[in-house]
Every structure is written in C-alpha cells, then in structure tokens.
Design a protein around this ligand. Structure first.
Ligand code: NAI
Length: 343
C-alpha cells in the first residue's frame, strides 16, 4: 500500500517509517501541506495521510479521487478541515479519535501555571542573573473556578487536573455526560462565573467564534482564557480588544484561527504579516505555543499506531472502527454499525 504523507515533520518520521515497514505500508513523506496545488503529488497512491492544517475541501477530494486515492488517514482527532460530504461514496476517511488526552490536558495546565506564576518571565530573568521578584506576583489556583467548555476526553482529563489543584469546576457541553458528577451550567453562566475558561470542544458551525465580543462582554473582570482546541473557537480581534480593555486577564493559546500558514514553521528573522497575532504576542499576559499540546512521545507513538492500524484495516477490507462520514451517528443512515464501513 502506498500512502502520500503530507505536512511531514521530523518528529513524525521515526514511528511512521518503522510501523509502515513492519506492516507493508510505503509512506512517501512530503513536507508540503495538502491543498489544491499539491493534491497531484498523491498520483498513484492508495491513500493520503494528513494533519490539522492540510486542506481537504471538495476540490481537493475530487483531485485525490482522480489520482486513485481511496482512503484519507487523519493523524489527529479533529476533522474540521475535511469536507466529509464530498468524500462520501468516494474516499473513506479514518482518524485517530484519541491518543493521549492527557498530553493536551497537561499542556493546558502548563500554560495556565506558567501564566499565573509568571514562570516565563522568571525564566528569562534568572538567565540574566536578575533575581528580583518585582512584578512576579501571581495568584493561587486553589479555590478558583474553572469553566470547561466540552467535557469529552480532553475536557474531563483537564477537569481531573483542576480538581487536583482544589479548583471548583463548572462546565458546558452540548451533550452533557449524565451522572459524571460535573456541574453543568449554561454558556452565559460559565462566562460570568469562571476565573479560568478552557475550551475543549470541537470546531463546528455551532462553536465558531464561541468567544466573541458578546461573550467577552459577559466575562468576570480578569478572567483567563485558555484555548488548546481549535483557533477559530475564538474571534482573535475581539480577544485582543478584551485584553486592551483589561477584561481578559490572560490569553493562553496553543491554537490560532489563522495558524495554518504560520504554525509548525520557523519565521524568526522574518516580518510577521499577521498584525493581530503579532499584537497578541506582544502582550505581557498572552502566551502562545504553536499547536504543540499533543506533542509528547506517548501521543506520537499512539497516533502512528492507530493511523497504521486504520490503514491496514482499509487495505484488508476489514471494518473501519475509526471511519468518519457526514452521516456518522445517525444510526438509520450511516452503515458503519451494520457493515463496518460508512459506505
Ligand atoms: P471529544 O470528542 O472526546 O470531546 C469533545 C466534547 O465537546 C464532547 O463532550 C462533545 O459533546 C462536546 N461538544 C460538541 N459540540 C459542542 C458544542 N457545540 N458546545 C460544547 N461542547 C460541544 O474530543 P477530545 O478528544 O476531548 O478533543 C477536543 C478537541 O481538542 C478536538 O476537537 C480538537 O479540536 C482539540 N485537540 C487539540 C489538540 C492540540 O494539540 N492542541 C490535540 C487534540 C485535540
């Protein structure tokens, strides 16, 4: 089986190359992202392997199909970049639904602790032998309220961590987990009661710009916003305005709406064209990491294992447990539960 692997990074190669060799899958690694201009590279491949910022819109799907591609293997959980309706009936789409929710939840808490205890500032100071504590006063997380949006795998792992710190937790989820011992509230109440708001829901039409000007207007003064989910959950200009008006106490971002042309690449020494991101980064109470929450050894190994397992199942015409289609979940329409494949 030949798989064109797009947006390949050095950290992807070891596990995928090894597991591919063991399972008879020939990965062809391309540094470039998948998009309308690069889809042709998949000519002669049985499938493509893609990541969060590859573009798989209807035009790309059509081009891939004409190249002979019959499977798209996402090496991530989120799939907002895939036009599933365009794929249906032509190309099967498989993903890695879970690898290490702990990797993302722990990174979320790492961002929060870094910010509230000013670790990023202290690190820079002590490297220059500046041992002054001036301006480094933080605050206790103990007793503060965390508002978690999305109580799936990552949201729940983050809730456990917050509870370990003695924080109160409230949550909002479109599909609350009955009997999980979580206090669910409306989104409006979550915005007005939380000291820390952490986003762990997928990006969809419902959640696009969930944090916008209106939401920021409801926040407790000084509230901290953490986003390790998807950039477009936040209207970045509204966030910037909320920071300037001293409403948002800190913004801790692992993701950014316009990240696709920036993140995962080295632009040091270049002039950043994105004024909103540049202004956000210039703020003393903003920390940006470039979509690295997933990046642990455990998560990388698990991502490669599940992706290769998905591809092997496809190659053997076995049921695809991690397949996605735009009808998934609608039992009467999606065939996966009956036939092991969505179409
Ligand atoms: P999950 O599927 O286990 O949980 C998602 C939760 O969001 C579910 O409880 C679902 O009911 C809820 N939800 C769905 N629609 C909602 C809405 N409109 N409003 C509120 N809640 C809603 O997903 P998981 O594994 O916890 O991942 C969450 C997100 O984290 C992913 O969608 C992905 O975007 C992001 N992610 C980010 C990574 C990073 O490296 N920064 C790595 C992995 C995932």
């Amino acid at each position: 089986m030949k798989i064109a692997f797009f947006d390949a990074k050095d950290y992807d190669l070891p596990a995928f190359a090894r597991l591919g060799r063991e399972q008879g899958i020939e990965f062809k690694f391309y540094e470039t992202k998948l998009g309308e201009d690069t889809a042709g590279l998949a000519e002669g491949s049985d499938g493509v392997c893609v990541f969060v910022n590859d573009v798989v819109n209807a035009e790309v799907v059509e081009k891939l199909y004409r190249c002979g591609v019959r499977v798209i293997a996402l090496r991530c959980a989120g799939y907002n970049n895939i036009d599933l309706a365009a794929c249906f009936g032509k190309i099967h789409v498989v993903r890695v639904p879970a690898y290490s929710p702990h990797a993302v939840a722990e990174h979320t808490m790492a961002l929060l602790l870094t910010s509230v205890r000013r670790i990023h500032k202290a690190y820079n100071r002590t490297r220059e032998f500046n041992f002054s504590l001036s301006g480094l006063t933080g605050f206790d997380l103990y007793g503060k309220t965390a508002g978690v949006v999305g109580t799936g795998r990552i949201g729940c792992a983050f809730i456990d961590i917050c509870r370990g710190f003695g924080m109160k937790v409230i949550a909002y989820d479109k599909f609350p987990r009955e009997g999980a011992g979580i206090e669910y509230v409306s989104l409006g109440e979550l915005f007005s009661r939380s000291d820390v708001i952490s986003l762990h829901c997928p990006l969809s039409e419902d959640t696009y710009h969930l944090i916008d000007e209106a939401a920021i207007g409801k926040l407790k003064k000084g509230a901290i916003i953490v986003n390790t989910s998807r950039g477009a959950l936040i209207d970045a200009e509204a966030l910037l305005d909320g920071i300037k008006r001293r409403i948002v106490g800190a913004a801790l971002l692992d993701v950014y709406e316009e990240e696709s042309d920036l993140f995962f690449r080295d632009f040091s020494g270049h002039i950043l064209e994105d004024d909103v991101l540049a202004r956000l980064i210039s703020m003393p109470n903003v920390i940006v990491t470039s979509h690295q929450a997933f990046l642990t050894e455990e998560a990388l190994e698990s991502i490669a294992e599940t992706t290769v397992r998905n591809l092997v199942a496809f190659g053997r015409d076995e049921p695809l447990e991690n397949e996605l289609c735009y009808r998934c979940g609608k039992v009467e329409e999606c065939r996966k539960s009956r036939r092991g494949k969505c179409f």
